[in-house]
Design a protein around this ligand. Structure first.
Ligand code: NDP
Ligand code: 1BO
Ligand code: 1BO
Length: 320
């Protein structure tokens, strides 16, 4: 992990240095299902808890709220250049001519003139108004190379500092790398002790691509923070289960973007610097069965009768 200098509140916050040389703060605030208090959460995260990294997406429907929170933080004296803001291009916009307008709409909602990282949210193109799960003909062909070229143009034009992908497989990543002039700086994927995602993680490491762990707590309220193994390690270390899960991600060498809409948890989730999970307890955490993804993509992309993806396994190129 790259060492970091910025002092945030009581904490020292580590950063990772991306291929581009840009620094990414290791812990960011997630905003999926963040709700009507998102502006408040973002502002609290930055001005009170010391976050400098926020992860959002057009599809989350909260970018205007995130923008208000960022604006308030900047009005309170935080410099734009010290913030790291990530957003994502949604599946209905995965056509070359829609890339720039989609980013421009995101910038407008966020009240920013550039973002630090722009991801392809999922590597599947959906028809406008697609149902969940998709009906016949609603999952369309995706011109990955053409879309990526437009993403690269956003970097060249200074609208985006880095570009990346989410929910990729090794197969899709290697296809992208064959034509990319600017390789993805970051790959975002589901990752927690209940889904370690080792194969994709190793593939990214080998290709020099930084990994961000999403859903680090297991995503829902019924999450891994209630797992007895995690609770036991947390009690031993005198930390909360949430902190143990976030620290686990950092110690694996990934950045991590826990979501909370509760001020106390937002603060708790970034108190993960200046201490470590000892080796023996990492082993205990790794004994949690690597069972399954929370986000299979099935609801979004699988049509069991008409395809083109007839199972979650096809969504993930049968890689795991
Ligand atoms: P997380 O793993 O971050 O878990 C969020 C859930 O855990 C919420 O129910 C939250 O409740 C609860 N929680 C938060 N802090 C704690 C704590 N300390 N102890 C116990 N429970 C806690 O799930 P997400 O799926 O939201 O993932 C995080 C972020 O990753 C997303 O918000 C999004 O930004 C990104 N993401 C990206 C994806 C992609 O496709 N690229 C897919 C999924 C996520 P409460 O809010 O009430 O505190
Ligand atoms: C709705 C997309 C899954 C979270 O990123
Ligand atoms: C550091 C923990 C590794 C889990 O696979």
């Amino acid at each position: 992990m790259a060492s970091a200098k910025a002092t945030m509140g009581q904490e020292k916050q580590d950063h990772f240095v991306l291929k581009s040389g840009h620094a990414m703060p290791a812990v960011g605030l997630g905003t999926w299902r963040a709700g009507s208090d998102t502006a408040h959460s973002v502002q609290t995260a930055i001005t009170e808890a010391g976050y400098r990294h926020v992860d959002t997406a057009a599809e989350y429907g909260v970018e205007k709220e995130v923008g208000k929170g960022l604006r308030a933080a900047m009005e309170a004296g935080i410099d734009r250049k010290d913030l790291f803001v990530t957003s994502k291009l949604w599946c209905t916009n995965l056509v070359p001519e829609r890339v720039r307008p989609a980013l421009e709409s995101t910038l407008k909602d966020l009240q920013l003139d550039y973002i630090d990282l722009y991801h392809i949210h999922w590597p599947f193109r959906l028809k406008d108004g697609a149902h969940k799960p998709p009906e016949a003909g609603e999952v369309l062909e995706f011109d990955m190379e053409g879309v990526w070229k437009e993403m690269e143009n956003l970097v060249k034009d200074g609208l985006v500092k880095d570009i990346g992908v989410c929910n990729y497989t090794v197969t899709k990543l290697d296809r992208l790398l064959r034509s990319a002039k600017i390789p993805p700086a970051v790959c975002q994927m589901e990752m927690h002790p209940g889904w370690k995602n080792d194969k994709m993680f190793e593939a990214c490491k080998k290709r020099g691509i930084h990994v961000t762990a999403y859903s680090p707590l297991g995503s829902s309220e019924k999450n891994l923070a209630h797992d007895p193994v995690v609770e036991k390690v947390a009690n031993k270390l005198n930390k909360t289960p949430g902190q143990v899960l976030i620290r686990w991600a950092l110690q694996r060498g990934t950045s991590v973007i826990p979501k909370s809409s509760k001020d106390e948890r937002i603060k708790e989730n970034i108190q993960v610097f200046g201490w470590e999970i000892p080796e023996e307890d990492l082993k205990v955490l790794c004994s949690i069965k690597d069972e399954k993804r929370v986000l299979t993509g099935e609801e979004l992309f699988v049509n069991k009768t008409h395809g083109p993806y007839k199972s979650a396994s096809e969504v993930w190129d049968h890689e795991n």
